[in-house]
Every structure is written in structure tokens, then in C-alpha cells.
Ligand binder design. Structure first.
Ligand code: AMP
Length: 138
């Protein structure tokens, strides 16, 4: 996988505002935040999307997300936040290295804006789809 801007942050080639680091994970402030405290949590493993990430790295990131979210909330005073994880350019991923956004919701409303347009669904189509997904789990 070719390097990304996050590869350069991991190597120290370019700086970041670090908030957390361990052997498998780095977290730092987003340079173009949607709200104060907008933080990115990344595995050190250079996977492009989460379906390509090892279970070990996924567990390492998942294991520290709650503590980092708590720290971001305490530092900003926010009481609500979104965790966003984009995969693929069609899903708004710009940096092709797995990352989780922690985005505090500010009292004035700044933070992640969500256009959530649910479809009606149900019946046999859902039964078949769930079966199909189960059949592809390894
Ligand atoms: P995504 O659209 O999910 O790929 O988000 C990529 C995020 O990385 C954006 O929110 C950018 O603002 C952020 N970003 C890009 N370059 C840097 C950087 N050098 N330091 C911190 N955040 C960055």
C-alpha cells in the first residue's frame, strides 16, 4: 500500500497534535475539525479500509476508543459525540489509512451533520440478505 499523510505522521516526518499513543494505536487532533476536540484514532498497521485491518489492530483501536472518547469529552465539555469511520472514496474517505473520527457535538450544533434517510424494508428480502451475509463470514 502506498503511503498516506498518516504514514508520514506515524513516522514523525510531519507533526501532529498527539493525544494518545501505544504500540498499535495513535490518536491526534484533526487538522480541519468539525468541532473542537475532533480527534482521529488510527491503527499503526497501514490498512486502507477496516475490512482489510487485522483483528488484532481492530481490537487495539476498539480497546482504547472509550478512554479517548471520555478524555475528549472531559477536555471539551461536550456531552454528546459521534464516532465516524469512512471506507472508500464513495463513502467520503479521503485518507486511505483506517481512522476513526471522534467528533464532539457542540451545544450550538457544530459537529457531524448527518443526512439519514432510512428506507422501508422487511420480510423475505431481509431474511435472505442476513443469510447471505452470514454465509460470507469467515
Ligand atoms: P476521511 O474523510 O474520513 O478520510 O477523513 C480524513 C481526515 O483527516 C479529515 O478530517 C482531515 O481533516 C484529516 N487530516 C488530513 N490531514 C491531516 C493532518 N496532517 N493532520 C491531522 N488531520 C488530518
Amino acid at each position: 500500500m502506498p503511503g498516506t499523510i498518516f504514514t508520514k505522521i506515524l513516522s514523525g516526518e510531519i507533526p501532529c497534535h498527539k493525544v494518545y499513543e501505544d504500540d498499535a494505536v495513535l490518536a491526534f487532533l484533526d487538522i480541519n475539525p468539525l468541532s473542537a476536540g475532533h480527534t482521529l484514532v488510527i491503527p499503526k498497521e497501514p490498512a486502507e479500509t477496516i475490512d482489510r485491518l487485522s483483528a488484532e489492530s481492530a481490537a487495539a483501536v476498539g480497546g482504547v476508543l472509550p478512554a479517548i472518547a471520555r478524555a475528549v469529552m472531559k477536555a471539551t465539555g461536550a456531552t454528546a459525540y459521534n464516532i465516524l469511520q469512512n471506507n472508500g472514496s464513495a463513502a467520503h474517505q479521503e485518507v486511505m489509512h483506517v481512522h476513526f473520527h471522534i467528533i464532539p457535538k457542540e451545544p450550538g450544533g457544530d459537529g457531524l451533520g448527518i443526512g439519514w434517510k432510512p428506507r422501508a424494508s422487511g420480510g423475505d428480502a431481509l431474511v435472505r440478505l442476513a443469510q447471505d451475509i452470514r454465509s460470507h463470514l469467515e
